[in-house]
Design a protein around this ligand. Structure first.
Ligand code: PAP
Length: 329
């Protein structure tokens, strides 16, 4: 069988077993940590990670077995991961699953059930499940580029990021919808300004993938959520070209790039039974619905004062200065 095949089609049974790797406990206990609104965060290799993720990233670094043709999707949380998973799966899998296919995996599964989240699988000791996926595999991580195992250096990476204020607003809504209803936005905002939000600092996350994408554009495709919103069909074509499977003239004539963009649009995905019901996640159960909120640019205006916006804009601008990476908001 040729990949990518939906993770859930290979591993059909629900399996919530969590057997974290224990061999790193001594190192982990020495790492700086703090607790905020009931969540413990630890600093590992310059990145603030939720406590349960730390052994997973350590295991990923030591045990991951890349395969020829693997494609790694990477993103800071709440920056367009779900969308990128859907688009990449649809683009890479279109020979087996044409976009018109009524039984397309993306019409019966949540995108997170199609493309596995490596950080959580390694954290739960379930990474052996990745071995059963046919090649080429589509895999996802929230890890910074600096944390990836050197063996991933041979894989193509697609990174998506988002204007940081909108990313934070999205993260806050997500945390609240996952049960932390008393988590004030101001708490997350302060953490982010200090670089201490989960998988922060945001700017290091961005700069890591940005600089590798500039140096080796054939290895790392750097996408911005806001640009994808403006022209999703061009993004679909760009993804296909980057992944080495550009659309043929026959596929173009059949309208496949637009069909894929339509199938993966937030409205189309949100309306599916698979995304209206059910949940996903090993450590926190997140409803499938919670991954499809507004899906727009500029939602931060309803959550931040102009002063807060100026403050975080100034921090991000200062950190990104000279890199060539900018965001308009
Ligand atoms: P994750 O990192 O936990 O997987 P991720 O998918 O990156 O989450 O972020 C969810 C955001 O992407 C939501 O943004 P919002 O809270 O500002 O609304 C969600 O609405 C948006 N999103 C999900 N799917 C799509 C899509 N198909 N098109 C555009 N935006 C989308």
């Amino acid at each position: 069988m040729v990949g990518p095949v939906a993770f859930k089609d290979v591993h059909k049974e629900e399996d919530d077993r969590i057997c974290p790797p224990e061999e790193y406990a001594d190192i982990i206990s020495t790492l700086p940590s703090f607790e905020s609104s009931g969540l413990r965060v630890r600093l590992y290799q310059g990145v603030w990670l939720l406590d349960h993720v730390v052994p997973g990233i350590m295991a990923l670094q030591r045990r991951h077995k890349p395969q020829l043709g693997d494609v790694v999707l990477a993103s800071p949380p709440k920056s367009g991961t779900t969308w990128l998973k859907a688009l990449s799966f649809a683009v890479m899998g279109r020979a087996a699953y044409p976009p018109s296919d009524a039984d397309h995996p993306l019409r019966r599964l949540n995108p997170h059930q199609c493309v596995p989240f490596m950080d959580n699988l390694f954290s739960a000791g379930q990474e052996a499940k990745l071995d059963a996926l046919p090649s080429p595999r589509l895999l996802h991580t929230h890890a910074h580029h600096s944390m990836l195992p050197p063996s991933i250096a041979d894989c193509k990476i697609v990174f998506v990021c988002r204007e940081p204020k909108d990313m934070l607003v999205s993260m806050w809504h997500f945390v609240r919808s996952s049960g932390s209803s008393d988590f004030p936005f101001s708490a997350l905002f302060e953490l982010a300004c200090e670089g201490k939000n989960p998988y922060g600092p945001i700017w290091d996350h961005l700069l890591g993938y940005w600089s590798v994408s500039r140096a080796t554009p054939e290895r790392v495709l750097f996408l911005k959520y806001e640009e994808m919103l403006v022209d999703p069909v061009s993004t679909v074509r760009e993804l296909a070209r980057f992944l080495g499977v550009p659309f043929t003239s026959v596929e173009e004539a059949a309208g496949w790039p637009a069909d894929i963009a339509d199938m993966c649009s937030i409205d189309a995905l949100r309306g599916l039974q698979a995304n209206k019901t059910g949940n996903t996640g090993l450590f926190f159960k997140c409803s499938h619905q919670s991954f499809f909120r507004k899906g727009v640019a500029g939602d931060w205006v309803d959550h931040m004062t102009p002063e807060m916006a100026r403050r975080i804009d100034a921090i991000v601008e200062e950190k990104l200065r000279g890199s060539g990476l900018t965001f308009t908001s």
